[in-house]
Design a protein around this ligand. Structure first.
Ligand code: DC
Length: 225
């Protein structure tokens, strides 16, 4: 069957990655979490005290960064590796969340990661989630989804996710972080988060997870026949 590219964009904590993973599984496609790539760069910058306002420092640091995804058989998911180390847990922590939008607004960082993402999609058969997949990385993607959900629901979902990983964060702090990230992600000058013209909006506030997945699979089936 013909393989296509499925681009899933939207706000933080709308359920993009959980949905994308299941869709990829059903279709036997690869799943690429581009947010994890921006998070890995952020972690590197934080650990190495890179000044975000110094372009030379940023360029030099990017040359030292190698990001890959490796399948974790035991956990049944793909883990993010930064320079050979598994950073899957570290990149989800609040310190990274608090700095990732600022880092992802830097054009040099975007150029560096977008080139890698485009390479990963060359053979098609991928589900990629992020903020600029349908607009910048793969404007030619056959299926484009724009996910959104009520702010309070997003914050509660993120809180539950963090709790599962053993990190207890106040709802207020999560709300603050999501609002700040929405603002930076939608107002940055390079590739701001916006709905691609031909994207299908999926509001996950009142629909079940199964319904979200079904909607996307239905859109895919219309394209591959
Ligand atoms: O999907 P996430 O919350 O893990 O993404 C973390 C941050 O990375 C998000 O605040 C914005 C940025 N990002 C981006 O700018 N472009 C992407 N394609 C993916 C993520």
């Amino acid at each position: 069957m013909k393989k296509i590219i499925i681009a899933i964009d939207g706000y933080s904590a709308c359920g993009k990655s959980t949905t994308a993973k299941v869709v990829a599984n059903i279709l036997n496609y690869s799943y690429i979490d581009t947010g994890a790539m921006y998070r890995a760069v952020t972690l590197y910058f934080l650990e190495n005290f890179i000044s975000l306002t110094n372009p030379h420092e940023v360029e030099d640091a990017l040359r030292e960064i190698d990001i890959e995804f490796r399948h974790n058989e035991k956990a049944g998911r793909s883990d993010t590796y930064l320079n050979g180390l598994n950073v899957e847990h570290k990149i989800r922590q609040m310190t990274v969340s608090e700095n990732v939008s600022e880092v992802s607004a830097i054009s040099a960082v975007r150029k560096f990661l977008v080139a890698q993402q485009q390479k990963m999609g060359k053979k098609k058969g991928i589900v990629m989630d992020g903020r600029d997949i349908g607009t910048v990385v793969f404007p030619e993607a056959e299926v484009k989804i724009f996910m959104t959900a009520d702010m309070m629901i997003r914050a509660k979902r993120r809180q539950d996710e963090l709790l599962e990983k053993g990190e207890m964060v106040k709802l207020e702090d999560i709300l603050d972080n999501l609002k700040k990230r929405d603002l930076i992600d939608t107002s940055r000058s390079d590739s701001p988060l916006r709905q691609a013209e031909n994207a299908q909006v999926v509001d996950t506030t009142y629909i079940t997870f199964e319904e979200q997945v079904e909607m996307i699979i239905h859109l895919v089936s219309e394209k591959v026949i």
